[in-house]
Design a protein around this ligand. Structure first.
Ligand code: CP
Length: 531
């Protein structure tokens, strides 16, 4: 039995950021060592898990050649048990949930690494979050999960093999990179992962080449800019080449027709033309340039034509082979076989959550202030500053939403009033006498449905306490919220009964938003509610 107590044992890789930048660099260093050893005909036993009780469980709920076969071969290299889950003949056909299916599989494999590809975004993040602690409670070893691609979301192991290939081309110099991303940047998860994966380089310049219909979603473009990358945008290869300043590394993707709606699909020939390389472009590409592609290419209409295969531009064949070495190293890390010699920085600890309820000063004299409705409020709660400064229709809408989210079907009143902030500034007020309970749950709901409002605790006509509410750092465990990404595993239409869970993301000038914990789709706070 080999020693398996490495630092990464039992971890999961659901998204690129599940490994810190230093951990990613460690992965590339070890993959380089493994590749050199195997190419020199060495046994490379120091990498092998060599434990037939350890299971590599390949669960591919969507088609794959490269990812599945490179993981399967890596699992064989490691001498582990190799299980290929056949989803087509599984009890998914009997409406079994994803969570139940994996619970069963964990029971059959005492210690395991699940490699999961799914159309549904966030699947791996959910499984690692829920089933890791569940397995430990059942007395099993905590399983590892590796995301082998989830819908349009992420494909972290493809990202790691891509970065490894770029580093290889650059002679392992990670000081800077200039890269062009060409093709379907909207649907392609491998280009989305670049927003995080390229952080292994000191300075990053990214050229995004795609027609507007296939442009990089703002979420990822913003992430690139936040990470300090220089981003340039071009609508076609012709426009890009006309600049005379093109990258030495080009990363093509195919048009992901299977993920497109009808309206985009009918434009496919024109869109493809904008990002397909032609012979007359050859003399405008830098001499040392190399092209990459996550593959597969569409054999009928490849964006990287086959006449390029035997030219020095072909970086994609070596790139796909690198998937074997990087994935073998990922498996060795998560099984604890390697990791003892990692000397860098791990992931940053989760920052403590900021308070979202701030006590505000109560005015001197504490006079009764609130006379909403026909009677002044004697005892109860007054929600004030609702949508303060917003247009009247929005204030009324917010009042309605507050009432429905908090279930305020009781004796109470509300209205829209002038604010003290200015003559044409309005705000909403809801007053509720004798409210039976108003605890943390209600505060969270209120903060998430109407950030910026205030709560006044009234007793004997006096404001006894006053609180200003911000957006809570996390929102979960409420029936009234759901992720609005139809491809998210937690979306109600999939009936997987997975809790919606949102994490506040600090805004970049445009206000804070909520990000789905599973699929990472960003939502305005008003979007998360289902009522
Ligand atoms: N690049 C990639 O993920 O290929 P497969 O779909 O064949 O796994």
């Amino acid at each position: 039995m080999t020693m398996r107590n490495g630092l990464f044992k039992g971890r999961s890789i659901s998204v690129v950021n599940d490994l810190s930048v230093d951990e990613q660099r460690y992965l590339y260093r070890k993959a380089r060592e493994l590749k050199a050893a195997l190419q020199a005909g060495k046994a490379a036993d120091e990498f092998r898990i060599a434990d037939s009780d350890y299971s590599s469980y390949l669960v591919f709920l969507e088609n794959s050649t490269r990812t599945r076969e490179s993981f399967r071969n890596a699992a064989e290299f490691h001498g582990t048990r190799v299980n290929m889950f056949d989803s087509a003949t599984s009890s998914f056909a009997k409406n079994e949930s994803v969570t139940d299916t994996f619970k069963m599989l964990i029971g059959y494999a005492p210690e395991s690494c699940f490699v999961v590809r799914s159309k549904l975004e966030g699947t791996c993040t959910w499984l690692a979050h829920y089933l890791g602690p569940w397995a430990e409670r059942q007395g099993y070893m905590r399983p590892s999960f590796i995301n082998a691609g989830d819908g349009k979301h992420e494909h972290p192991t493809q990202e790691f093999l891509d970065e490894f290939s770029f580093l290889e081309q650059l002679g392992w110099n990670d000081q800077s990179i200039h890269l062009a991303l060409v093709g379907d940047l909207y649907h392609g998860r491998t280009v989305h992962s670049k927003a995080d994966g390229l952080r292994v380089f000191g300075t990053v310049k990214v050229d995004l080449v795609a027609p507007p219909e296939l442009a990089m979603p703002p979420f990822y473009e913003d992430a690139m800019k936040r990470n300090g990358y220089t981003v340039r945008i071009f609508a076609s290869l012709d426009e890009y080449l006309s600049t005379g300043d093109t990258a030495p590394i080009w990363y093509f993707t195919r048009l992901q027709l299977e993920r497109m709606g009808e309206s985009v699909l009918e434009k496919a020939p024109r869109l493809r033309k904008a990002v397909t390389f032609r012979r007359d472009m050859l003399d405008r590409v830098p001499v040392s340039a190399r092209f990459y592609h996550p593959l597969p290419r569409d054999r009928l209409a490849p964006t990287v034509p086959t006449w390029l295969d035997d030219t020095p531009l072909n970086g994609w064949d070596g790139q796909s082979a690198n998937g074997y070495y990087t994935r073998a190293v990922e498996m060795a890390m998560l099984a604890g076989r390697i990791g003892d010699d990692f000397g860098g920085k791990g992931r940053a600890p989760t920052a403590p959550e900021e308070a979202f309820v701030m006590e505000a000063p109560v005015g001197a004299g504490r006079k009764p202030e609130y006379k909403v409705g026909i009677k002044p409020v004697e005892t109860g709660i007054v929600i004030d500053h609702i949508a303060s400064g917003r247009p009247l229709a929005e204030i009324w809408d917010r009042i309605d939403k507050i009432r429905r989210v908090l279930g305020l079907n009781l004796r109470s009143s509300h209205g829209v009033f002038h604010s003290n902030s200015g003559p044409e500034v309005f705000k909403g007020i809801v007053s509720i006498p004798d409210l039976p309970a108003f605890g943390e749950k209600e505060l969270k709901k209120l903060g998430a449905v109407s950030p910026g409002c205030s709560i006044n605790m009234i007793d004997g006509h006096h404001v006894m306490k006053k609180y200003r509410l911000g957006m809570p750092p996390r929102i979960y465990d409420f029936d009234e919220i759901s992720c609005k990404n139809e491809n998210c595993l937690s979306h109600p239409k999939h009936e997987e009964h997975i809790e919606a869970h949102f994490v506040r993301k600090m805004g970049n000038g445009g206000g804070d938003t909520y990000v789905c914990r599973w699929c990472e789709r960003e939502h305005q706070y008003s979007e998360i509610w289902t009522i």
